[in-house]
Design a binder for this molecule. Sequence first.
Ligand SMILES: Nc1nc2c(ncn2[C@@H]2O[C@H](COP(=O)(O)OP(=O)(O)O)[C@@H](O)[C@H]2O)c(=O)[nH]1
Ligand SMILES: [Mg+2]
Ligand SMILES: [Zn+2]
Ligand SMILES: [Zn+2]
Length: 279
Amino acid sequence: MCVECGCGAPGQEVGGERRRGVVLPHLHHDHHEGEGHEGSGPGASLPLPEGPEVNRTIRIGQDILEKNNRIARDNRDFFREHGIFVLNFLSAPGSGKTTLLERTISALGTTCPMAVIEGDQETSRDADRIRRLGVQAVQINTGAGCHLDAHQVAHAAGDLELFPGTVLVIENIGNLVCPALFDLGETARVVLFSVTEGEDKPLKYPRIFREADLTLLTKSDLLPHLDFDRTWAESSLRGVNPRGETIALSSRTGEGFGLWLSWLLAHREKAGSLPQARG
Ligand SMILES: Nc1nc2c(ncn2[C@@H]2O[C@H](COP(=O)(O)OP(=O)(O)O)[C@@H](O)[C@H]2O)c(=O)[nH]1
Ligand SMILES: [Mg+2]
Ligand SMILES: [Zn+2]
Ligand SMILES: [Zn+2]
């Protein structure tokens, strides 16, 4: 749990310019007594090895997750009511999340409205990359924090113009550990697992892979240059998560992109996120 790494420490902020004039009502969440905008984390408290402080640390961790789950439920209700299809992209840093998004935006063109929430500890480089393609993006900088939480997503989504049928992608902080614990209110989870990471990651970090609706085996163009055992990797993925689907793809060559786009559009339709006829 993140009590140990100090995430949620002061300095987290939802950055980027403010966008107003929305078509839908803003995502809004109520603040319960004592809750503020300082982030969900426990501040700088570090667990002690034994004694009452250990229990206190566990309690703080449980409180954080309970509070997060409550806001995530509100987020999910809002997204569902307004026909917004939300994907939580999870992976280690550098596995190709932003590159995949860029190519997906280019492939879908104007047929599918998109919006992006970018999470990184520092910089707005990824949001800038998305905006260059004409797609609205909000950057969240977590400072010391190592995951996004539902509270941050509620505020960031409130800064976006979201239409019925919009695909909202949340690019989580690159980290295979605690992002798995924090429900953001997404419709589905997509885990990216690049072939350069070594095939044993699903066994070493099972939690994040277990809860994936889809695992994308990225950078497949590099397979001929590596000794990555794809069959072994796919069978360990199935062992950890028998219900999830897996697609191998390359954002460089476009291999597997047809399957990925079909998955995206089919799940968007299944989630009822297509524009509703008005009137
Ligand atoms: N060969 C190859 N490189 C890729 C692919 N996708 C991304 N990359 C590279 O991997 C690095 C990290 O990509 P990025 O999308 O920023 O990863 P993120 O940190 O997960 O968002 C960059 O140098 C990309 O050019 C791919 O499909 N094939
Ligand atoms: Mg990125
Ligand atoms: Zn708030
Ligand atoms: Zn964390």
